[in-house]
Design a binder for this molecule. Structure first.
Ligand code: DQA
Length: 207
């Protein structure tokens, strides 16, 4: 093919490539704008650069720990703990975490030692810890020690308002080493805790 027809095809193809490139840049911009200041408008990036930046967008890593009996959520005393299952809570939280550029690692155990190990094992992975320690809230010096040892921001979460319940629930071994405590908002306590943790971590990193 020669002449004007060939040039029309070349122009069309170039136009399509330019549109795709703009689309990719916009996509990268919207997803990364909070994290990258070097993405000026008008700056043309190659696909490889965009791909590598997209890979690094998950900057914050949060460990989410659920203590004993929380695997029974949905069935366990729904008048106190609500109807949502643990899987409902984890998948909802993962979804909102992703939108915030956060990688969330949920973990549940009924064993104090397993929780202690999970905290220690993530000393180099996690930027922060969200924890609903269940009944271990009121008994576990070992969990308090593990949280102190890793020295990360911690938010203690409870579905129920522990201060409006039995006297033995009024004392927490975790609160003294927590950045903050959110208690009494049902499954929404987790949303609030995630929001608070992300803000705290972004403040700490000067974003
Ligand atoms: C709980 C409160 C604790 O007192 C209780 O032992 C739990 C759940 C809550 O989420 O409200 O297991 O942590």
């Amino acid at each position: 093919m020669h002449g004007p027809d060939m040039w029309r095809k070349v122009i069309l193809r170039t136009d399509r490539c330019t549109k795709q490139l703009h689309h990719d840049v916009n996509f990268a911009n919207t997803r990364l704008e909070r994290h990258f200041t070097n993405l000026h408008s008008g700056c043309i990036l190659g696909r490889k650069e965009i791909a590598s930046m997209t890979q690094t967008e998950t900057l914050i890593k949060i460990l989410l720990i659920h203590g004993p009996n929380l695997q029974l959520l949905g069935k366990r005393q729904p008048d106190i703990y609500g109807h949502q299952t643990l899987e409902d809570i984890n998948s909802h939280l993962r979804e909102i975490a992703l939108k915030k550029g956060v990688e969330l690692k949920p973990f549940q155990s009924n064993y104090e030692g397993a929780i202690v190990s999970e905290i220690g094992d993530n000393i180099n992975w996690a930027d922060g810890i969200l924890i609903n320690p269940g009944a271990y809230t009121h008994t576990s010096i070992a969990i308090q020690d593990a949280l102190s040892a890793v020295n990360l921001p911690v938010i203690e979460i409870h579905l129920s308002n522990i201060y409006a319940r039995d006297d033995f629930r009024h004392h927490s071994y975790v609160s003294p080493v927590a950045t903050g405590v959110i208690s009494g908002f049902g499954a929404f306590s987790y949303d609030l805790a995630l929001e608070a943790m992300v803000r705290r971590l972004r403040e700490n990193s000067g974003e």
